[in-house]
Each structure stands twice: as structure tokens, then as C-alpha cells.
Ligand binder design. Structure first.
Ligand SMILES: Cc1cc2nc3c(=O)[nH]c(=O)nc-3n(C[C@H](O)[C@H](O)[C@H](O)COP(=O)(O)OP(=O)(O)OC[C@H]3O[C@@H](n4cnc5c(N)ncnc54)[C@H](O)[C@@H]3O)c2cc1C
Length: 326
């Protein structure tokens, strides 16, 4: 609730820890640090929501091009930890499908396709994020088309919150990478589950099914019990191993201890291999376009506002505050 009433400048202040920088260079610096210091990869995302003008679409497109070129050519990333890029179809249209009837996402498909092509040439993976229910069909069609056109560097996302996902599993092209998440967008009960327990159970069920079908599964959650069950039970039940899956988390959510357990092989390891970990690493070049993302993160964790406020007060009063970990 707090995120609904806070003005934009406070949202920016409180949700700052979820954003990896306010320029492409800062975002890349964070991705390099994640690889170098923690041994985890990034999937980088430009925060660019609420687009209304064609010039903004062009700006975002140009920035994504730069991002893909930087990620694809930067020699400082070890190959196994080279970032991928995540993008939302709504970043590239002034006619978003969630803005009501008459909108047709014009331009979005073409822009995503051109970026997927550039990324393919440079050996960069792209994930098309899944937005709210108005975008589901559009995005699944786009993914199928990209795959058919040979862009096998592209992966998709499924939200277990949506009831339709049972059937949407069949729309993911054979062999495509799939990020599984519960889904962040609040959806009406006619189309979505409202009980988180069910959403999480479905993550395990769909994870197993996708693995069985031969997909690389990117399990996107901070729920430590779910991660543990997925790695210690689900992957094995599907007859798969560490090379068939990855655990993904959001930048700013403290899970150091869990990441350590995964990378040490405590939960799943075979022939010296362990599952990879990838951090969704968003950066902003325009804070108004980052506000929607920040509001969603604060909705997930309203305590963040108190935590940041506490740190601020401590700084003002000159007192040290214990840092968070794990
Ligand atoms: C890599 C990645 C990519 C994603 N991509 C998409 C997408 O394309 N489309 C989409 O709809 N959703 C996406 N999501 C969001 C996802 O759907 C969930 O909303 C989000 O991950 C929170 O759910 P959870 O599974 O972590 O479970 P929760 O039950 O929400 O959280 C589990 C634990 O983590 C803590 N936690 C969760 N979020 C935060 C936070 N922000 N700050 C601090 N602690 C937190 C909770 O307090 C709880 O203890 C993505 C998530 C990840 C990790």
C-alpha cells in the first residue's frame, strides 16, 4: 500500500537499492562486479516503462543497441558469466496493449526482432519479459515467430499466477529457454490464482514439466524453500542436472547466503558442475521511466522503505547501522 501513496521522488529514494545504476556505464559496472566478485551472471534491463512519445521509443531502441553491443564485445566478462539482456515489448511502442482498446503495440514486434538479430550476431542472449495479461498472447506469438525465424538466442517467461499458463506451456517453442516466475502483475481472480502457495507449487510442477520437455529452466524466485526443493528434488525427478537450469533473482534482494549454497554445489552438483545464478540487473537513464518498476519492488517489500530511511537517519546522526546480509 505504501508504494501507492508515495510521491515519485520518495519512490526513487526508497527503491534505489533495486536499481543498478543511472547510466549504461553504471549498469555494466554492476554486472562486472557481480561476475568478478560473486561469480554470478547478470541479465541487464533498461528501465523504460510508460513510453508515450515516438522519440522515447527511438531513444530506448538506441540504448538497447548500445547495451547489446557493449555486452557482446566487452572482453572483461568471462564467457560463462557474459550478461544476457532482458526487454519488455512495451518499451518499444507508443500504443501499449494495456492502455485500453484501440492500442495495437505497433512497432514493438519490429524493434524487438531487430534487437534479437543484433544480439544473435554478437552471441548475446535475449529474454523477452512477460508483462500483464494484456500482453500474454502478443508476447507468446512474438516468441514463436522469433524462434521460427532462427533467433535461438531468445528466451521467454511464463507466470504461474495465470491460470492460462497450463496451456501456454505448449506455445513455448521446443528448446527455448524459459524463465518461470509467479508473476508480479496483480490480475483479477477470473484469470489468476491469488494464493501465493498455489503459484509456488505451480512453479515446481511447471519447472519439472519444462525440464522433461527439454527446456532450459530459469527458476526466478527469492523463496529459499522453493529454490531448495527445485534443486534438490525437482531437477532430479525430471532426470536432469545442473547444466539444465539456472536460479535467477532480482538485483537488490539480499540472498548472498543462498547464492553461496547454490554455487558451492550444496543443493545440486554433478560431475563438478553446479547450477548457474543470474541476477536481473536493471539500470535507469531516466528516473520517471523507472518509477513503475520501483513501485512494484516496494510493493513486494515495503520494509525496504523503512530500511533505507533507517540508513539515512543513521548517516545524518553519524551512527553506523548493521548491514544486511543473506
Ligand atoms: C529474475 C527475475 C525476473 C523476473 N521477471 C518477471 C517477468 O518477466 N514478469 C513478471 O511478471 N514477473 C517477473 N519477476 C517477478 C516475479 O514474478 C515475482 O513477482 C518476484 O520474484 C517475487 O516473488 P518470489 O517468487 O520471490 O516470492 P515472494 O513470496 O514474493 O518472495 C519470497 C521471499 O523473498 C522476499 N522478497 C521478494 N521480493 C522482494 C523484494 N523486492 N525485496 C526484498 N525481498 C523480497 C520476500 O520478502 C519473501 O521473503 C521476475 C523475478 C525475478 C527474480
Amino acid at each position: 500500500m505504501i508504494e501507492k501513496v508515495l510521491p515519485d521522488f520518495l519512490i526513487r529514494l526508497f527503491a534505489g537499492p533495486y536499481v543498478a545504476g543511472d547510466s549504461l556505464e553504471e549498469g555494466l559496472k554492476t554486472a562486472r562486479a557481480l561476475a568478478g566478485e560473486s561469480g554470478v551472471a547478470a541479465t541487464m534491463d533498461l528501465l523504460a516503462e510508460g513510453i508515450t512519445r515516438e522519440e522515447e521509443v527511438q531513444e530506448d531502441f538506441a540504448l538497447y543497441k548500445k547495451l547489446i553491443e557493449a555486452v557482446g564485445t566487452d572482453p572483461s566478462f568471462p564467457e560463462a558469466l557474459r550478461p544476457t539482456v532482458s526487454m519488455k515489448p512495451s518499451n518499444f511502442t507508443t500504443s501499449p496493449l494495456d492502455r485500453g482498446p484501440g492500442n495495437d503495440a505497433r512497432g514493438s514486434r519490429e524493434h524487438v526482432t531487430r534487437l534479437a538479430a543484433l544480439a544473435k550476431d554478437l552471441g548475446v542472449g535475449v529474454t523477452v519479459d512477460m508483462e500483464d495479461r494484456h500482453w500474454t498472447d502478443f508476447t507468446l506469438d512474438l516468441l514463436a515467430r522469433l524462434w521460427e525465424e532462427g533467433y535461438h538466442n531468445v528466451g521467454g517467461v511464463l507466470q504461474t499466477r495465470l491460470k492460462r499458463t497450463d496451456k501456454d506451456l505448449d506455445r513455448i517453442p521446443a528448446g527455448m529457454r524459459v524463465r518461470l516466475v509467479i508473476g508480479i502483475y496483480k490480475e483479477p481472480p477470473e484469470v489468476a490464482y491469488t494464493d501465493k502457495k498455489i503459484m509456488k507449487q505451480r512453479m515446481l510442477e511447471f519447472g519439472e514439466e519444462l525440464l522433461r520437455r527439454g527446456h532450459f529452466v530459469e527458476f526466478g524466485t527469492h523463496d529459499e524453500a522453493s529454490i531448495e526443493t527445485f534443486l534438490t528434488e525437482t531437477v532430479g525427478k525430471a532426470g536432469k542436472g545442473p547444466e539444465d537450469c539456472e536460479i535467477q533473482m532480482l538485483f537488490g534482494v539480499p540472498r548472498k547466503r543462498m547464492i553461496g549454497r547454490i554455487l558451492s554445489g550444496e543443493l545440486l552438483s554433478k560431475d563438478g558442475k553446479v547450477p548457474s545464478v543470474r541476477i536481473y540487473t536493471p539500470f535507469a537513464t531516466s528516473w520517471p521511466k523507472a518509477t513503475a518498476y520501483c513501485r512494484r519492488r516496494l510493493a513486494e517489500n515495503p520494509h525496504m522503505a523503512l530500511y533505507v530511511l533507517g540508513n539515512l537517519l543513521a548517516r545524518i546522526t553519524g551512527r553506523q547501522r548493521a548491514t544486511r546480509s543473506g
